[in-house]
Design a protein around this ligand. Structure first.
Ligand code: TXA
Ligand code: MG
Length: 312
């Protein structure tokens, strides 16, 4: 695909692309975000594919104001207070998730959600024009530095995303501060709002606790593990198993992650299909076909291995 560079006059085109499930990089006051519809499994899978992320770590949901944020998260008095003080701005709050239709790929099946109201006028206009929650990690390939100009976005992602909305250079240049407000107030990532400013309001912040790194290997505990045992790398379905295939050759499998063998489609289907397989298996086993260990396949296999791991 050819990545379009959109001017700020082309906001409606950007919103239209998001509505179509396409990815649009857009400026925020911190760094450029790689935006996709946070309610669409396919759009969110495309984010992971474009970035080449090896794991489905949870993403930040961007909304235009605190009223919209309250649809997706439970705000206690502390959350209300810091949101009133620092939003719009470079602060992300991790709060209890409300069941309001976010893709499970955004929250990585956690029961919390990271949410923020960005301060960049173009970001706010885009969020209002789109009229929905936008998942947006930094708009760079996984493992590279975050982009603070449209040209940086194109250097890393040209040809992999539909468009970049050019809003010039980002003012803050480092990502948002992430504060967890599920239990004791915790600093999960330092960023654009200082710890001092936050502690003046919240008191001392907990750092380095076990809940603070949901994206670290092994810590992304599944909110949902299938009841049925998973047999990975299956080349066929055995008696008493439900088959979850991948690709056109797996005709003997009842279910498929992607008949076409498309890893983006497979990622988008993954959590739903695991549930569906579990339901049909009714306690019997699930045979999961080989998924290639490349591109999004690495993230898919990571999740499958966790789902298949012996349970305590
Ligand atoms: O400034 C920013 O925050 C930028 C711009 C684009 O808004 N976005 C950004 O997103 O930095 P990303 O995906 O690179 O960072 C997401 C971080 C990850 O470190 C992830 O672990 C954390 O947010 N996170 C997301 N959901 C979480 C949750 N439920 N609990 C704890 N941490 C969470
Ligand atoms: Mg990043």
């Amino acid at each position: 695909m050819i990545t379009k560079t959109l001017s700020l006059d082309e906001m409606d085109t950007a919103a239209e692309l998001l509505r179509a499930g396409e990815l649009v990089a857009f400026p925020t006051e911190t760094v450029y975000g790689l935006g996709g519809d946070a309610r669409s499994d396919l759009a969110v899978a495309r984010i992971f594919a474009a970035k080449g992320r090896p794991h489905f770590n949870p993403l930040i949901v961007h909304v235009p104001d605190v009223a919209v944020a309250r649809e997706f998260a439970d705000f206690d008095a502390r959350a209300e207070q810091v949101a009133a003080a620092f939003w719009p701005g470079p602060l992300t709050l991790v709060l209890p998730l409300r069941p309001a239709g976010l893709s499970e790929l955004v929250t990585a099946q956690l029961d919390t959600v990271a949410i923020r109201v960005p301060a960049h006028p173009a970001a706010l206009r885009l969020l209002r024009a789109f009229d929905g929650p936008v998942a947006a990690p930094s708009a760079n390939p996984s493992g590279r530095v975050s982009p603070t100009r449209a040209a940086h976005v194109l250097q890393g992602l040209a040809g992999r995303i539909a468009a970049v909305l050019d809003g010039g250079a980002c003012a803050v240049g480092v990502e948002s501060t992430i504060v967890g407000l599920v239990g004791a107030a915790a600093l999960l990532r330092p960023g654009g709002v200082t710890t001092e400013a936050l502690e003046a309001m919240l008191g001392p912040l907990v750092t380095g606790g076990s809940s603070v790194k949901p994206n670290a290997p092994g810590q992304l505990a599944s909110h949902y593990a299938p009841a049925a045992a998973l047999r990975l790398g299956a080349t066929g379905v055995r008696a008493g198993e439900i088959g979850l295939g991948f690709g056109p050759r797996d005709a003997g499998f009842e279910l498929t992650l992607s008949r076409a063998g498309d890893l983006v489609e497979a990622a988008a289907n993954l959590f739903h299909m695991l549930r569906e397989a579990d339901r049909l298996a009714a306690g019997r086993g699930i045979a999961v076909a080989v998924v290639p260990e490349s591109g999004l396949g690495r993230a898919i296999n990571d999740r499958l291995r966790r789902a298949a791991a012996p349970r305590g």
